[in-house]
Design a protein around this ligand. Structure first.
Ligand code: FES
Ligand code: FE2
Length: 362
């Protein structure tokens, strides 16, 4: 494997910028009709409310009159009224009422596109979404049952948490699985990247030989990643695939807040409903098993990829994939138009500036 580019890493594991896209804001059921809540998403303060028509609306948090947080206000019909002097904003962000002010001053607050998917409210960190929210590749047309899994915090960057699922070597060393995993990667049209396992397991293991009749070809284990921050895992025998979505957002200083969602396609009838409860429970156990195994590492790691090996190939591909995408600044969401110089965006000691041009060690 050879790398020809010597571009400096500018996005991966960086605490000050990120790839624009859909980011999860709240579980849908935590925002009922008539409620407004504060959410800080990728450093930007928002007010999220649900009007009478049931739509979730995301607006910049601070009132253009005097800066009151709009989540202190109240929802009226399909609009939001500021608590402080009662100015009212419609779903497009236009100020439509200013009690005591004549004539009305033309004002508009910034609104952001939202979507509800897999039990979460997602916000697009730009003006116009270029793709739908992240969806399990095998389930793009499917109506699904979902259950929210763990809500968690990690003491390192979302990109670093994300690579765990394609760190082939650690399945042996941390999770004690007798597997040989080799990934093949595929770039998707929606700028996602897909990694699929190509092996049938490990012939040395009686366990793998026992379950091999359950799958015709390779053992299904695939990951699809969007924006380096949301991933879906697909795994299991041919007759029953399990699906887990894990979606992360960046906290100050490049830390992580995440949410997992367990997913299965809807099955008909009462029996199908009951079966899905069982499948989602098993999916949760699977997810918990993998999450527990790594927890300590993400509290203390100082990511510094000094010595990549061949087993780390998919991680390097993931990093390269992120580096090819546009970035916007944390908090302001302003596009970074030019590649920052090292002085402008000094890479922290946790970053890995050499990896793009590195030589792999066996
Ligand atoms: S601060 Fe919002 S109306 Fe005055
Ligand atoms: Fe892991």
């Amino acid at each position: 494997m050879s790398f020809t580019s010597n571009r400096q890493v500018k996005v991966f594991n960086h605490p000050d910028c990120f790839i624009p896209g859909w980011y999860w804001a709240l579980p849908s059921r935590q925002l009922r009709v008539g409620q407004v809540k504060p959410v800080t998403l990728q450093g930007r303060d928002l007010a999220l409310y649900r009007g009478r028509d049931g739509r979730a609306i995301a607006v910049d948090a601070y009132c253009p009159h005097m800066g009151a947080h709009l989540a202190e206000g109240r929802v009226e019909e399909d609009g939001l009224r500021c608590f402080f002097h009662n100015w009212k904003f419609n779903t497009q962000g236009h100020c439509i009422e200013m009690p005591g002010v004549e004539p009305l001053i033309p004002l508009q607050i910034q609104t952001w596109p939202t979507a509800e998917h897999y039990g979460l409210i997602w916000v697009w960190t730009g003006t116009t979404p270029s793709s739908p929210p992240p969806t399990v590749p095998e389930l793009e047309q499917a109506d699904c049952d979902v259950r929210l899994g763990a809500h968690f915090y990690k003491n390192c960057h979302p990109n670093v948490v994300m690579i765990n699922a394609i760190d082939a070597h650690h399945f042996n060393t941390v999770h004690n699985l007798p597997l040989e995993i080799h990934f093949v990667k595929q770039d998707r049209q929606d700028k996602a990247i897909l990694f699929s396992n190509t092996t049938r397991g490990g012939q040395d293991s009686w366990l793998i030989r026992l379950i091999q009749p359950l799958y015709k070809q390779e053992g299904t284990y695939s990951l699809c990643y969007w924006y380096g921050s949301t991933g879906t895992v697909t795994l299991g025998p041919d007759c029953l695939h399990f699906y887990i979505l894990f979606t992360l957002r960046m906290l100050p200083e490049g830390k992580t807040e995440g949410q997992t969602v367990l997913i299965t396609p809807k099955r008909s009838g009462v029996a199908g409903w009951l079966l899905n409860r069982l499948i989602l429970q098993v999916t949760q156990w699977v997810g918990n098993y993998f999450a527990r195994g790594d927890t300590r590492i993400f509290q203390t790691i100082q990511f510094d990829f000094q010595t990549p090996t061949k087993a780390d190939q998919s991680i390097i591909q993931f990093i390269q994939h992120l580096e090819q995408q546009p970035a916007i600044a944390w908090k302001t969401w302003v596009p970074l138009a030019v590649v920052p110089t090292p002085g402008e965006l000094a890479l922290s000691s946790q970053s890995m500036p050499e990896v793009i041009g590195c030589n792999l060690q066996d």
